[in-house]
Design a protein around this ligand. Structure first.
Ligand code: NOJ
Length: 560
């Protein structure tokens, strides 16, 4: 059965995230582009992924890596144009790969036509009503309330009058000042986004990844949040605040679902949903809302069997409440590379859960970090549901921790004067060949962020054909995942006991055959797994024993 021709493909899919600026550069300017992506699509086909998700490539001044969109129906010239996207979608489909693109409905760029119209008018005008423009406190001298930007500082910036003086009115931006938040109570905003959905669906896009899917609706009256000066929202720390997860947001998703369901086959949504409780998450993936949401609880797990098991059980329970599949993710463009995260943990340090804080300066245990990253990948691909890979995860790339401050683009780095905002470390361009300085990323050797000198050894070229490499491991696992009916969507049964340092689970949960045992040893000594056959392993092949196999520490395997 081909997963990609099934209308329910998204329940089992392996989805590869491309950060377009950093994947492949065709025109030699040091920034990735769509022509570059088209020239490298064969990599995804050979890897064996079901779908690709592109981070934003829309017209944008790039104040936040393209998550500041000036025109949702235009492509930034640095990446190409709409015709390039159409050609790319056709080529991906010919290869059996679905295409998901990012959409950023919470905010626009300050260069968006709606915001430019607002700036050209008086506060309180109809144009300003498409955003949140509010009279300040202290007779306009201070922001309307205490809400903080996720990138540091106040979430409010003053609206200036025609002479450049503060007008006493303020506009809301939960992220950078150059990313004003839309007012989703305004019919123009809703209508414009519906037009955008249809524009891209009509061009063959299979679905959208929805940025900040919890943020669109703000509590009426802009009540105080109590965040205080010292505390602001970082990825993964979104709690019960009046600017996030308000009930009204669900009506937006129900409307979007009606739009996507009108297509054949229906188009799909995956939401970026950081919320406080399982029930809150389940609400976003009810059958008439988003199809799936990222499982950030899993991404946040330490190398800890108890914690992972608990999160896996909770995740499955949460999605089962509403009949949705679970998703699994270890890396994306906002968090530290998993190899480095595990290396830091193996050296006894705590890793920041998002790239807001610098990676601790310890002598990280890189060999164990890589072994665990490989194990984590093998184990994740055996869990029920769909899974995400971030570009370069298939190569075992590390977080680049020593980027010069002058090269850093993360707006939070600037807003906090270098105290936070280290997301560039996972956005360094992909190495394709052994050839320095940019390892095949760009024909001129340019790259918008400097690439580590040893990345030629981690390149696609260097790893191809080496059976020990992380790339060939990923290719093998994706082939096997397709071939094994027990994997993808479905359920599991725990073989290992709670408290065991080696996690072992059976797919499917019942006694049906063929089955697969998915195991990962998070302990310090070899663990015995009862089985007759090893299908694949992330490291040294498990040693045969009496009625089973010994799985080494920091290793995962699929057995039967
Ligand atoms: C989440 C995106 O993943 C991140 O990269 C971006 O900065 C924020 N949303 C704001 O759009």
């Amino acid at each position: 059965m081909s997963i990609t021709t099934d209308a329910d493909w998204w329940r089992s899919a392996v989805i590869y995230q491309v950060y377009p600026k950093s994947w492949a550069d065709a025109d030699g300017d040091g920034f990735g582009d769509i022509a570059g992506i088209r020239s490298r699509l064969a990599h995804l086909a050979r890897l064996g992924v079901d779908a690709v998700w592109f981070s934003p490539w829309y017209t944008s001044p790039q104040a936040d890596g393209g998550y500041d969109v000036a025109d949702f129906r235009g492509i930034d010239p640095m990446f190409g144009d709409v015709a390039d996207v159409e050609a790319l979608v056709a080529e991906a489909h010919d290869l059996g790969i679905k295409v998901i693109v990012d959409i950023v409905p919470n905010h626009s760029s300050d260069q968006h036509v709606f915001f430019q119209e607002a700036l050209a008018s008086e506060p309180g005008s109809p144009a300003w009503q498409r955003y949140h423009c509010v009279r300040g406190s202290d007779d306009g001298a201070s922001p309307p309330n205490d809400w903080r930007s996720a990138f540091g500082g106040s979430a409010w910036d003053p609206v200036l009058d025609a002479s450049g003086q503060p007008s006493g009115w303020w506009y809301l931006h939960l992220f950078d000042s150059a990313q004003p938040d839309f007012n989703w109570d305004h019919p123009d905003v809703r209508a414009d986004f519906e037009a955008t959905l249809r524009f891209w669906f009509d061009r063959g896009i299979d679905g959208f990844r929805i940025d900040v899917a919890t943020g669109l609706v703000k509590a009426p009256g802009y009540p105080t949040s109590g965040e205080g000066e010292g505390l602001h929202l970082t990825f993964g720390e979104i709690l019960d605040f009046p600017q996030w997860d308000q009930p009204g947001v669900h009506e937006v998703w129900r409307q979007w679902r009606r739009v996507s369901n009108a297509y054949h086959p229906p188009r799909i949504f995956v939401g970026e949903v950081w919320v406080a409780t399982d029930e809150a998450l389940a609400a976003y993936i009810r059958p008439d809302e988003l199809h799936t949401a990222f499982n950030f609880d899993y991404l946040k797990c330490r190398w800890d069997a108890g914690q992972m098991r608990e999160v896996i059980d909770r995740s499955l329970h949460t999605s089962a409440m509403v009949g949705a599949p679970t998703t699994w993710v270890l890396e994306n463009h906002d968090v530290p590379r998993v190899r480095t995260k595990y290396a830091v943990e193996a050296a006894g340090e705590r890793m920041p859960q998002s790239n807001t804080a610098p990676v601790p300066g310890v002598a990280a245990d890189d060999a164990r970090g890589l072994a665990r990253a490989r194990a984590g990948l093998v184990f994740m691909l055996g869990l029920p549901g769909s899974a995400y890979l971030y570009q370069g995860q298939e190569l075992g790339l590390e977080e680049v921790v020593d980027l010069p401050a002058a090269t850093r683009q993360d707006p939070a780095f600037r807003r906090t004067r270098g105290a936070e905002g280290f997301r560039d470390g996972c956005r360094v361009p992909m190495p394709w060949t052994r050839r320095a300085p940019s390892f095949g990323f760009s024909p001129t050797g340019a790259s918008w962020l400097p690439m580590p000198a040893h990345w030629g050894d981690l390149s696609v070229e260097a790893q191809t054909g080496d059976p020990e490499s992380t790339l060939e491991l990923t290719r093998r696992m994706l082939r096997l995942r397709r071939a094994e009916q027990a994997l993808g969507d479905g359920d599991l049964h725990w073989i290992s006991a709670p408290g065991d340092a080696c996690l072992v689970l059976r797919r499917p949960a019942d006694d049906e055959d063929p089955h697969v045992l998915v195991a990962m040893n998070l302990g310090d000594s070899p663990a015995f797994v009862g089985a007759t056959e090893v299908l694949a392993s992330s490291g040294a092949p498990p040693e045969p024993g009496d009625g089973g196999y010994w799985l080494a520490p920091d290793t995962a395997a699929w057995l039967r």
